[in-house]
Design a protein around this ligand. Structure first.
Ligand code: PMP
Length: 364
């Protein structure tokens, strides 16, 4: 369903239905002949791709009678964005919310959560996922002790990948198939490559299923996993960097969530990315495309560009009309106070124009 000019019942009506945007300036700079397209999720009501799963997990739990307004307390371990989506849904529907959030996640996410009425419990980033101190362990402890406590559990809940199979994927397919091919913007009308990062893995798994089952079984799905995480497959890809810390939020884990498919039939190939290349790609998206994306969007784009330069990707990169879609999960709103962003925005080398301004103001 396209976002329309009709009145929506509440903010949940403005979840998803995000734009697919040409990244032509980056494509040109990279010498690509294929179309490079970004699925821009920060335009969703809560500001990220995770609004979709929050909405679906809450609505399905309601249908199953698992949530009781005024009684249920939704508790969820998250890197923040699922929490923001849940807090938004629960503000509207009248459930209390507790979010357990590793310390490394931004202050902006905590502030948004608290503004939406959620309680936030910070947990040590370095705690192993199965330790009682981790964001998952603390959520489980709270659920046992707090009456009405319920964990919808994005790591196991089938409604996580289903939200993407039923909404994100079909939106991409619709945009690619319904946009006419023109002489200046040729398109063969298919999603040929999809690149996305993985945290729970719900996004990439659901997108792959939507595209491969219903649209193009030959679509190449490329997963992006930060150095330090263990989600990439085969496992050897992870061995060099196990346990390394990384700053990018929302992708990578120290365990394999149930909802992540590591079946090569779903995710054809995995790439490991560094913070530095992710932040450089965020800058490209901002400076060349005017897109105010977050760090994991940079991870996805840098993985896409690296794959398109690789032996496997080169032929696709040089073919007019093929469509390479990159999933851009959230926006810079979540990271405005993070040192990596402030450095990028405020400490860049002065441009020729900035130097000229200084000269003018000195002499006048
Ligand atoms: N990027 C960001 C900013 C996120 O919050 C998440 C969710 N953890 C992801 C990427 C990855 O999404 P998924 O959990 O569906 O793999």
């Amino acid at each position: 369903m396209a976002r329309t000019s009709q009145i929506l019942d509440n903010a949940l009506g403005a979840v998803g239905n995000t734009p697919l945007i040409r990244l032509d300036r980056i494509a040109k700079e990279e010498g690509l002949q294929c179309n490079l397209l970004g699925k821009v999720e920060y335009t969703s009501a809560g500001g990220s791709v995770k609004d979709r799963i929050a909405k679906r997990m809450v609505e399905e739990a309601e249908k199953e009678g698992k949530l009781i307004p005024g009684h249920s307390v939704v508790i969820e371990p998250t890197s923040g964005n699922t929490g923001i989506g849940l807090a938004m849904a629960c503000a509207i529907k009248g459930y209390s919310v507790i979010i357990t959030l590793p310390n490394k996640m931004s202050l902006e996410k905590e502030a948004a959560l608290r503004a939406l009425g959620a309680e936030v419990v910070r947990t040590p980033t370095e705690a192993a996922w199965d330790s009682p101190e981790s964001h998952i362990g603390v959520a489980q402890r709270l659920q046992r002790e707090i009456p009405g406590g319920i964990i919808l559990d994005q790591y196991r809940n089938v409604n996580n990948p289903l939200a993407h199979e039923y909404t994100t994927g079909p939106e991409i397919i619709e945009a690619v198939t319904s946009t006419p091919s023109t002489v200046s913007q040729p398109s063969l009308g298919k999603v040929d490559v999809l690149v996305a990062g993985a945290g729970t893995g719900g996004t990439i798994t659901g997108l792959s299923r939507a595209i491969k089952k219903k649209h193009n079984k030959d679509c190449i799905v490329v997963g992006v996993d930060p150095k330090g995480s263990i989600l990439a497959y085969p496992d050897e890809l992870n061995t060099d960097s196990v346990g390394a810390q990384y700053v990018v939020e929302g992708i990578g884990y120290d365990f394999i969530p149930d909802v992540l498919s590591r079946d090569p039939a779903d995710v054809d190939e995995w790439l490991k990315t560094s913070d530095d290349e992710a932040f450089a790609a965020v800058r490209l998206l901002m400076r060349h495309e005017g897109l105010l994306v977050g760090g994991s969007s940079g991870s996805a784009l840098s993985g896409a560009l690296r794959w398109l330069r690789s032996d496997k990707g080169r032929a696709i990169a040089q073919t007019k009309g093929l469509n390479v879609v990159v999933l851009l999960p959230d926006g810079i709103r979540n990271y405005m106070s993070k040192p990596w962003f402030l450095k990028m925005a405020l400490e860049a080398e002065p441009s020729p124009l900035a130097r000229r301004i200084a000269e003018v103001l000195k002499t006048s």
